[in-house]
Design a protein around this ligand. Structure first.
Ligand SMILES: *[C@@H]1O[C@H](CO)[C@@H](O)[C@H](O)[C@H]1NC(C)=O
Ligand SMILES: *[C@@H]1O[C@H](CO)[C@@H](O)[C@H](O)[C@H]1NC(C)=O
Ligand SMILES: *[C@@H]1O[C@H](CO)[C@@H](O)[C@H](O)[C@H]1NC(C)=O
Ligand SMILES: *[C@@H]1O[C@H](CO)[C@@H](O)[C@H](O)[C@H]1NC(C)=O
Ligand SMILES: *[C@@H]1O[C@H](CO)[C@@H](O)[C@H](O)[C@H]1NC(C)=O
Ligand SMILES: *[C@@H]1O[C@H](CO)[C@@H](O)[C@H](O)[C@H]1NC(C)=O
Ligand SMILES: *[C@@H]1O[C@H](CO)[C@@H](O)[C@H](O)[C@H]1NC(C)=O
Length: 462
C-alpha cells in the first residue's frame, strides 16, 4: 500500500513538471533597483543599489522567493564607501553577487558626480565575504565603467570582470567590455576587449549595460539590459561556447520588454537588468527591476520583480513570453501578500536595519535613548539641512506602498528652538525635492511654531 502510494506520488510530480510559483510583484516593494541574486543551498540573497544612501547595498534574504527580509548591508564602513558631497542618484550602483573560490564577491561602482565639466569617471570595485554579512574593504579595479560583475568560469576557474564601458573618451559609445582579472590587485591580467554591443542600433545613445554571465549546460550566457533605463529598458541575451565570445544573440530577444505593449498600457514598465538563477529543486527564475507607472510617474522608483524562466532549444524564455504583470495568476486580492505596518519604538540595542542616513556620516548622528520603559532616538543636530549635499541629522526609511500614512512623535526636550532650527518629518526624494512638516523657533515671537515646507527643485513654498 505504502509503496504504491509513493510510486503514484512520483508519477504525479513528474507529470506536473514545474509548478509555477504564484508571484505577486514587486517581490521587494519600495526603491530597490538593479537586483542581483545568488542562491546558497536553499536560501536566496538579493543585493540592490543604494546610490547616495548609507549604509550601502542592502542584501535581502528569502527561503521561499515570496517573503524577503533585510539581512545585511555590504558597505557599512567609510573605508568601503565614500559618499562625500555626492548628488542625488550618484553614489553606489548596480551590485553583482558572485561565488568565487568558495567566497562571496560583490562587485559594484561609485559614481562621484554628474558635473559634465569635471572628468570624473565611475570607479569599479569589489568586496568579499564568507557569510554575506561581514564584508572586506574594497579592491579597486583598473577599468572604469558601470555595472561591473565578476564571473568565474567553472571549467577553467579563470575570473572575468564584465562591465559596461565606453569605447574611448572621445566617441563615448558604450558597450559590454571584459578582461580576466586578478582578484588581489584588481588589475586586468588578460586582454581588455569589447565583448558584445547588444541588439539595438549601436551609437552614443545606446546603453548595453548590466552584464550578468553564467554557464548552463555547454553554453555560456551573457544577459544584459538595453535601451536606457527608462521606457525602452529591456533584457536581452546571447550565448557562446566561450566566456570570451564571440556571442550569438537569442533569435527571440528581448527576453522581457513591457514597453512593447505601449508605455502607458501596462502598470509595470522599464522591465530589465535581470539575473537568472535556479532553485535547489532545479526550477529557473529571474529577478529584475521594473517600475510601477502611476499616472505618468513612479513614486516608489524602481523595485525588484520576479518571473519564471523556462528553457527551449538552449534559450531561456521569461514569464512564458508574456508581459510582466503585478500578479502571475488569477489569485484573489485577499491572498495577496499584505505589507505589515511598521512601528519603531527605538527601544532595541541598535537602530533597525531599515533606517538610512544620507551619505557617509562623519560623526555619529543619533543616540538610542531608553526612557523609562519606552525608547526613543535622539538626533544629534548639525548645520546641514535636507537640502544640502551633505549629511543632515536625519534617519530615513523607504516608502514601500503607493498609499500609506506615517507619523512620528516628537518627545519633549529642554530649551527651545531658534528660527533657523527645525525638527520634524519629511517625505524625501532628494536634496532638490522634499516635503516637510515640523517645529521651528517662531520668527516674530518667542516660542515654537509649526512649519510646513515643500521644495520642488528651485521652488520652495514655506
Ligand atoms: C562594439 O562597438 C565598438 C564601437 O563601435 C567597436 O569598436 C567594437 O568592435 C564592437 N564590439 C563588438 C564585439 O562587436
Ligand atoms: C542612435 O540610434 C537610434 C536608433 O536608431 C536613433 O533613434 C538615435 O537618433 C541615434 N542617436 C544618435 C546620437 O545618432
Ligand atoms: C496592452 O497590453 C496587453 C498585454 O497585456 C496587450 O494584449 C494589448 O494589446 C495592449 N494594448 C495596446 C493598446 O497596446
Ligand atoms: C491619477 O490622476 C487622476 C486625475 O488627476 C486622479 O483622479 C487619480 O486619483 C490619480 N490616481 C492616483 C492613483 O494617484
Ligand atoms: C488609501 O488608503 C486609504 C485607507 O485604506 C483609503 O481610504 C484611500 O481610498 C486609499 N487611496 C487610494 C488613492 O487608493
Ligand atoms: C514676521 O513679521 C513680518 C512683519 O510683520 C511679516 O512680514 C512676516 O510674514 C512674519 N513672519 C512670520 C513667519 O510670521
Ligand atoms: C528639476 O530640475 C531638473 C534639472 O533642471 C530637471 O531635469 C527636472 O525635470 C526637474 N524636476 C522637476 C520635478 O521639476
Amino acid at each position: 500500500m505504502r509503496i504504491i502510494y509513493l510510486v503514484s506520488a512520483l508519477v504525479t510530480s513528474v507529470l506536473c513538471a514545474k509548478q509555477d510559483l504564484v508571484i505577486h510583484n514587486p517581490i521587494i516593494s519600495g526603491w530597490n533597483p538593479d537586483p542581483s541574486i545568488i542562491r546558497v543551498g536553499s536560501e536566496y540573497f538579493i543585493a540592490t543599489s543604494s546610490f547616495e544612501y548609507w549604509p550601502g547595498t542592502p542584501i535581502y534574504r528569502s527561503t521561499d522567493l515570496v517573503s524577503w527580509e533585510l539581512f545585511s548591508h555590504a558597505l557599512t564602513r567609510p573605508s568601503q564607501l565614500q559618499l562625500y558631497g555626492v548628488p542625488t542618484s550618484a553614489g553606489s550602483w548596480a551590485p553583482s553577487l558572485s561565488m568565487i573560490n568558495g567566497k562571496f564577491y560583490l562587485t559594484s561602482m561609485i559614481r562621484w558626480t554628474y558635473d559634465p565639466v569635471a572628468k570624473v569617471w565611475p570607479r569599479v570595485f569589489w568586496v568579499s565575504s564568507d557569510d554575506l554579512q561581514h564584508w572586506s574593504d574594497p579592491t579597486w579595479c583598473d577599468p572604469w565603467g558601470i555595472d561591473p560583475a565578476l564571473f568565474q568560469d567553472p571549467s577553467t576557474n579563470k575570473v572575468y570582470l564584465n562591465l559596461m564601458s565606453p569605447n574611448n573618451n572621445i566617441d563615448r559609445i558604450w558597450g559590454i567590455y571584459q578582461c580576466e582579472v586578478d582578484l588581489e590587485s584588481g588589475k586586468c591580467i588578460g586582454e581588455y576587449h569589447s565583448l558584445w554591443n547588444g541588439t539595438m542600433p549601436h551609437n552614443a545613445t545606446s546603453r548595453p549595460e548590466g552584464p550578468k554571465m553564467f554557464k548552463f549546460g555547454n553554453w555560456y550566457y551573457l544577459l544584459i539590459a538595453e535601451g536606457g533605463t527608462d521606457q525602452l529598458h529591456r533584457a536581452t541575451i546571447a550565448r557562446s561556447a566561450s566566456p570570451e565570445g564571440p556571442w550569438e544573440p537569442n533569435p527571440n530577444n528581448p527576453l522581457i520588454y513591457n514597453g512593447a505593449y505601449g508605455f502607458d498600457n501596462l502598470t509595470v514598465q522599464s522591465t530589465g537588468h535581470a539575473t537568472l538563477f535556479n532553485t535547489y529543486q532545479g526550477d529557473w527564475y529571474a529577478v529584475f527591476l521594473a517600475r510601477r507607472n502611476v499616472n505618468g510617474s513612479s513614486p516608489l522608483g524602481r523595485e525588484t520583480f520576479l518571473c519564471s524562466v523556462n528553457w527551449e532549444s538552449g534559450w531561456p524564455i521569461l514569464n512564458h513570453g508574456e508581459p510582466i504583470l503585478l500578479d502571475s495568476s488569477q489569485a484573489s486580492a485577499s491572498s495577496k501578500a499584505k505589507l505589515e505596518p511598521f512601528y519603531d519604538a527605538f527601544d532595541k540595542a541598535v537602530l533597525d536595519l531599515s533606517w538610512y542616513h544620507l551619505r557617509t556620516p562623519y560623526v555619529q548622528l543619533y543616540t538610542l535613548a531608553h526612557l523609562g520603559d519606552s525608547g526613543g532616538v535622539i538626533l544629534h543636530a548639525n548645520v546641514f539641512s535636507l537640502s544640502d549635499r551633505d549629511v543632515p541629522a536625519a534617519i530615513l526609511r523607504k516608502q514601500r506602498s503607493l498609499n500609506m500614512t506615517f507619523s512620528a512623535e516628537i518627545l519633549s526636550f529642554d530649551g527651545s528652538l531658534r528660527s533657523h532650527q527645525t525638527i520634524g518629518i519629511s517625505a524625501y526624494l532628494s536634496e532638490l525635492q522634499h516635503q516637510d512638516i515640523g517645529l521651528t523657533g517662531c520668527r516674530n515671537s518667542t516660542g515654537m511654531c509649526i512649519y510646513t515646507s515643500f521644495l520642488n527643485n528651485e521652488t520652495a513654498e514655506v
